[in-house]
Write a protein that binds this ligand. Sequence first.
Ligand SMILES: C[S@@+](CC[C@H](N)C(=O)[O-])C[C@H]1O[C@@H](n2cnc3c(N)ncnc32)[C@H](O)[C@@H]1O
Length: 267
Amino acid sequence: MSAIDKSQQNELVREQFTRTAQVFGDYAVAARVREAELLAGMVKAAAQDRVVDLAAGPGTLALRFARHVRRICALDLTPAILQRARNSAAVEKLANIDFVVGDAQSLPFADGALDIAVTSYSLHHISEPARVIGEMARVVRRGGRVGVIDIRVSEDSQSADIHDRIERLRDPSHTRSLSQNEFEVLFARNGLRLLAVERQEHLRPFDHWMLVAGSKPGDPRYEETRKLLESTMAGDLAGFNPRAVSDNGPAELQITNTVLFIAGEKN
Ligand SMILES: C[S@@+](CC[C@H](N)C(=O)[O-])C[C@H]1O[C@@H](n2cnc3c(N)ncnc32)[C@H](O)[C@@H]1O
């Protein structure tokens, strides 16, 4: 992306996550505790470590990592959602988190300054995800660790394209999700030796998935996303495995997010 594209992308991100700071923040912080703890184990977070959680949003990772490490910086482009993280830290009396408004594509740390860099559910909002992995690798010392949690798409480019079209209808700040192979290549290119890779399937009721992105039934964004998603049901063309599920009551549309956890150590 050109510089102008990048600033437009950053504007879309700020718009989306200012609008949804509360609803998305409430969901992510509560629902992702176990994911944060799993990543903390994968990157071997320990008491002396200095850490950055980039694109930290409501503090989903930072609020958990703060319990394991010496100090963590929660960095995000969107002041409104970072404020939510700051409020949670105050309520939870976590005094070892610093909050910085900034761009994950250009981290405010010297080479090798940190022990660990982590990020979750962010790379698919960023114009240059390769640059972010490069920055994460740059700011950790040799022997430092890098950990990423993100939605993973199929290696099949047609399936990945439809997946991204659906995601962009749902949330215009979505750029492109990466496949597992793309993640692994980016780690290798940046001198990160793989420590662990895990995959989880997360079942999501469609209405709630839309709600946390800021739309509800009747909204044009909701209706268009649903229409395109339903058109992929036969043959699961986008990898969401959309299906109608009934628990005696009316059938509910559900999807599956395939989530990748990947951790590497800097050579
Ligand atoms: C889906 S949320 C994920 C938040 C949190 N990491 C989590 O797992 O719940 C994506 C976050 O990435 C942030 N973001 C997107 N692009 C960014 C960038 N270039 N630099 C820093 N933050 C960015 C957004 O502001 C938003 O808070």
